[in-house]
Design a protein around this ligand. Sequence first.
Ligand SMILES: C[S@@+](CC[C@H](N)C(=O)[O-])C[C@H]1O[C@@H](n2cnc3c(N)ncnc32)[C@H](O)[C@@H]1O
Length: 274
Amino acid sequence: MRGADDDGGWPRPPGAALDRPSIARVYDYVLGGKENFDVDRRAGNALLNAVPESTVLAQDNRSLLRRVVRYLVADIGIKQILDIGSGLPSEGNVHEVAHALDPAAHVVYVDKDPVVLAHGRALLSSGEVSAVITADLTDPDSIFGDPETGRLIDPEQPSAVLISGVLHHFPDEADPAGIVARLVERLPAGTYVFISNFLDDDEPRARTLERAFLDGGLGTGRFRTWAEMRPFYAGLELVEPGLVYANDWRPDADTPTDSPVHTLLAGAVGIKRS
Ligand SMILES: C[S@@+](CC[C@H](N)C(=O)[O-])C[C@H]1O[C@@H](n2cnc3c(N)ncnc32)[C@H](O)[C@@H]1O
């Protein structure tokens, strides 16, 4: 087991900055993963000290993501998925959930943090239908111009685009709704888009946790009101039940009914009709 200041144990991925926490590694830490360094654990502990249920918040986000993937693959019949801001491998990875239902579904993981590529490649034993690329949500060319995306995603066919737990790391000045719109305009009608974001539903823990994100090392973590989230889905028709608390989105037998952070996360799936 690594000590508090031990940054050894696994090779530093090329391009990984260890002088500051990374969103992917802090998220991994909060979820109980091992792919993090002392600088990440300090930032993660700032969140856990502020709101100890932060772990449940991350788990609820993963649980929502899995339900969305099941819905898209099983109910809609989606054959190609772009998971943007995918993060480090975690329990119930998107390709695992998708392939349990359709082994031929194509999955491209996209993250701007090179640590994701380093760990993702090792995870994907079968590269035939899945890939991990380093690219940026704010630069659609970096995603669609990547040869792996070209190999696995047919731009003429409907895809599912997952932007799960990513936009709250964009400040308002970055125009997250515009970033989504510029990406979605590259995709054909019939494309599904899933977005989740931290929710500010007027409860004090939202502001406490937002402060911990901003001051605790990460510097990003914007809790948004329902009204602030709605523009993310502009031009999309929301599928039932619309934009709701994460655990209220098509809950299944495994969805927590008594989450202590029920009101701190929301999400929706929309379809591009034309
Ligand atoms: C909190 S994690 C979410 C992981 C996963 N999507 C989930 O919901 O469990 C956010 C991820 O978004 C990535 N990210 C942040 N900004 C990004 C950008 N501009 N382009 C691509 N990925 C980005 C981070 O590196 C991080 O891995």
